[in-house]
Design a binder for this molecule. Structure first.
Ligand code: 26Q
Length: 813
């Protein structure tokens, strides 16, 4: 029994859980009828579970205060948590008690859990990675706190009109959330606007202060992050913006009541909505305010805690703190930490800079040059004048260092400057992050290597040791134990249940890969999961998926580099073959994902998929061979049903463009086989599972430039009959009968000799490899063996492994 366990009062047994459920239902929530809805039952259950979280949380915080030598803070504009109830029930080992207690009420656990809304506080991979990391940190008993923003509106809700994406607001907090605890006494003031003032203090030192600011309050809401069955609860602290009283006072006293209230709105706007990952949204002031708001509130929080104990002695601060920056989004933290130390705590610049560079670490998540964050100097100067001073000072000292190492190389100085000169000068956030950090990492081996030879080569030349790789991972709790209960049970019966926290243990399944009795059971589980997904597809799309067919799935944000278009071309090719009278392996193809609201081309790909699906699904000649859906409103909770049911996982990005991918890992864990390019973490998946159990296709990074020089899509179309027929079906309007010309931009893009995404170039290889996959699927035992081997080889892709690497190699905890 652990020391924490001894101090726990609330039991996990059926009797106590039932009694608490009744108490919360009747007394906390005041329900007196028995015909309450599932939603009301969810609240009572959440409170029952939360009580058990609370007692562990208190002990964890106490324990950390007394024992943690070093604390880590994960700063991220996104935490894509999904649902909390099921995850908490699993991690606290409450599953059985909860199921039985609910039965007493005449409720099924599945109905109650499905009432919870997703916390969709993220766009996709980067946000979900932050959530998986939080789960692993707690499960590994590491002192890691997350800092983020409590968006009132999360990722938008997606629906379709005539096949076009429609966005609706996601007011996830409408009915309140039992998982957040407001902590008003830890409120911070965040400064905006105003100007810098320079003065000499009593000791005769030159100092600066930021005056005439318009402050906004940052109010923290804490969410518990439970570890897996270890009684550890970490904290995710999310900030909400609120107006200060002073802020309103001037206008209010002048009698301008409505202006005063309107100003309140400007302050509260900051945390109103999550920005979609959208190039058309770049440069928006509100986004910059969000970023600074997070950085400033979080650092003040940490420094307040520090100075309460240590006053202004920062001599051991660096050895006991580390800030991990999730991409450049929270990078103003570099300048903000300098400001707080120098202006507010009177530290010398050099000491403050040493602290900053020893505590900040930066993770990059993209290779697309257009996705690198830049903010206009004018905007930063207006909104955050003191921060701009500090960025300039950091830059000037840095450029001196460059000049010393490469005397006379002015072009290098221009290239490496934090300030990009031009008509409108910009701050390059990635450079600020690199210069202010002791560690810079990419998220898969190829990605990290491309960073050091491409985008950040100059910085790698200067500081080779700063750069490292941390291949992403996903939490096996949510992405296997929770979402695939039946497979978990089957695996437990064969190899025990240690794999939940030691995923490498799954390798023990390898010896069962060829065992036909085990294969039969494995196949049965997959079949049952396919039935479950088929029901969901039917309910959401009105299309019948036959669980006997191969389930071929691509779910992720819609982007040209991810090449959903290539997938659609394959679907059209299969359709064309059926129409031609050829036999094909029966398939159900599911595509899902959201397009950024301002990304017209991505939205057109959704429209094309919907139109193709309509033609395919309504043709009775095709019905017994091919079904297609665009799955609406894809989110964390959908993936929990989709990945256990998938046979073929589509990971088909243009080589060199997908930093890592994490969906690829969830599918692999659940026994799907990948059809994919040599890109991101696919390479490591291929390495782990071997080429017999992976369908590799397409140009590699090093082949693309040369291929482009000698090949033109139009020539490829001319010589490839299959491609020609597919293009012709789109061009002639077969999928746009009453909408002439709608898909014109798509055709133009495929035919473009400079198509950056290489769609035509990879078509032949993709189609041929899809055919190999179909043949493999037809050989049931071979496929099942491969499926088992994929799960068995997925141990490396646990976020526990990733977090151990961060903890050992970056955080030193
Ligand atoms: C930036 C500025 C303004 C508004 C929005 C943004 C913004 C928001 C989100 C920019 C990018 C993102 C998200 C990026 C992302 O999800 N990247 C993915 O990160 C995964 C985790 O490392 C990788 O697996 C994926 O390969 C990568 O695409």
């Amino acid at each position: 029994m652990s020391s924490t366990e001894k101090k726990l009062v609330l039991g996990n047994n059926l009797k106590q859980v039932t009694s608490d459920l009744h108490r919360h239902f009747n007394f906390t929530l005041g329900h007196f009828d028995t015909d309450e809805t599932d939603g009301e039952m969810l609240n009572a259950l959440a409170l029952t579970v939360r009580d058990r979280v609370m007692e562990r949380w208190r002990l964890s915080i106490e324990d950390e205060k007394n024992n943690a030598k070093k604390k880590v803070f994960y700063l991220s504009l996104e935490f894509l948590l999904g649902r909390s109830l099921t995850n908490t029930v699993l991690n606290l080992d409450l599953d059985e008690a909860v199921r039985t207690a609910l039965k007493d009420f005449g409720c099924a656990y599945e109905d109650i859990e499905s009432e919870e809304k997703d916390a969709g506080l993220g766009n996709g991979g980067l946000g979900r990675l932050a959530a998986c990391f939080m789960d692993s940190c707690a499960s590994l008993n590491l002192p890691v706190t997350g800092y983020g923003i409590r968006y009132e509106y999360g990722m938008f809700h997606q629906s379709f009109d005539e096949g076009y994406q429609i966005e609706q607001p996601d007011h996830w907090l409408r009915d309140g959330s039992p998982w957040e605890i407001e902590r008003p006494k830890d409120t911070k003031h965040v400064k905006f606007y105003g100007h810098s003032e320079f003065y000499t203090n009593e000791q005769g030192e030159q100092c600066a202060r930021w005056c005439n600011t318009q402050d906004v309050l940052a109010v923290p809401y804490d969410m518990p992050i439970p570890g897996y069955r270890n009684d550890k609860i970490n904290t995710l602290r999310l900030w909400k913006a609120a107006a200060t009283d002073e802020f309103n006072l001037a206008d209010f006293n002048a009698g301008d009541y409505s202006d005063a209230v309107a100003q309140k709105n400007t302050a509260e706007q900051i945390t109103m909505v999550l920005y979609p990952n959208d190039s058309s949204e770049s440069g928006k002031e509100l986004r910059l305010r969000q970023q600074y708001f997070l950085a400033s509130a979080s650092l003040q929080d940490v420094l307040d805690t520090w100075t309460k104990e240590n006053k202004k002695d920062f001599s051991t601060f660096a050895e006991s703190h580390c800030f991990q920056l999730n991409d450049t989004h929270p990078t103003l933290a570099v300048a903000e930490l300098m400001r707080l130390l120098v202006d507010d705590y009177n530290q010398q610049w050099d000491e403050a800079w040493a602290i900053t560079c020893q505590t900040m670490a930066y993770t990059n998540h993209t290779l697309l040059p257009e996705a690198l964050e830049k903010w206009s100097v004018r905007l930063i100067g207006q909104l955050l004048p003191r921060i701009l001073d500090i960025i300039y000072e950091i830059n000037s000292r840095f450029l001196q260092e460059v000049a010393q190492k490469w005397p006379g190389d002015v072009d290098r100085q221009r290239r490496m400057s934090i300030i990009e000169e031009g008509d409108e000068p910009h701050v390059r956030m990635a450079y600020l992050a690199i210069i202010g950090s002791f560690s810079v990492n990419g998220v898969a081996a190829l990605h990290s290597q491309l960073l050091t030879t491409g985008l950040f080569k100059d910085f790698h030349d200067l500081w080779p040791k700063k750069f490292n790789n941390k291949t992403n991972g996903v939490t096996p709790r949510r992405w296997l134990a929770h979402c695939n209960k039946e497979l978990s049970q089957l695996m437990n019966s064969a190899i025990g249940d240690k794999w939940v926290c030691h995923l490498d243990d799954l390798a023990k399944l390898k010896k069962y890969a060829g065992d036909t009795a085990f294969q039969d059971k494995w196949r049965q589980v997959k079949y049952n999961n396919k039935v479950r997904l088929a029901n969901l597809v039917n309910q959401k799309c009105g299309v019948n998926f036959d669980p006997q067919f191969m389930f071929d799935v691509q779910v992720k944000r819609i982007h040209e580099y991810k090449r959903q278009l290539l997938n659609v071309l394959h679907i059209i090719h299969l359709y064309d073959r059926v129409i031609r009278g050829e036999e094909i392996l029966p398939r159900c193809v599911l595509i899902g994902g959201k397009a950024a609201p301002g990304y017209a081309f991505a939205k057109l790909i959704i429209k094309l998929t919907n139109n193709v699906a309509k033609v395919v699904n309504s043709d009775p000649k095709v019905a017994s061979k091919l079904k297609v859906v665009f799955f609406p409103n894809y989110r964390v909770t959908s993936m929990e049903v989709i990945c256990p049911a998938t046979d073929l996982s589509e990971q088909i990005s243009t080589a060199g463009k997908e930093a890592s991918g994490t969906g690829n890992m969830k599918f692999m864990m659940n026994g799907a086989i990948t059809i994919g390019t040599y890109d991101g973490a696919n390479i490591e998946i291929l390495d782990a599972v071997g080429e017999d159990n992976f369908f590799l296709f397409g140009l590699k990074v090093g082949e693309i430039a040369q291929y482009r020089a000698y090949n033109n899509p139009n020539d490829l179309i001319a010589v490839d009959e299959d491609l020609r027929r597919v293009i012709n079906l789109i061009e002639c309007g077969h999928f746009s009968m009453f909408e002439p010309g709608v898909f014109e931009p798509i055709i133009r893009s495929i035919r473009n000799p400079n198509d950056p995404w290489m769609v035509a170039a990879d078509f032949r290889s993709y189609i041929d490899t899809q055919e190999l996959a179909a043949q493999a699927y037809a050989d049931t035992n071979r496929w099942t063996r491969s499926s088992i081997l994929n799960t068995a080889s997925s141990g490396h892709f646990s976020s526990d492994r990733t977090i151990r690497e961060y903890a050992n190699q970056i955080w030193s905890i």
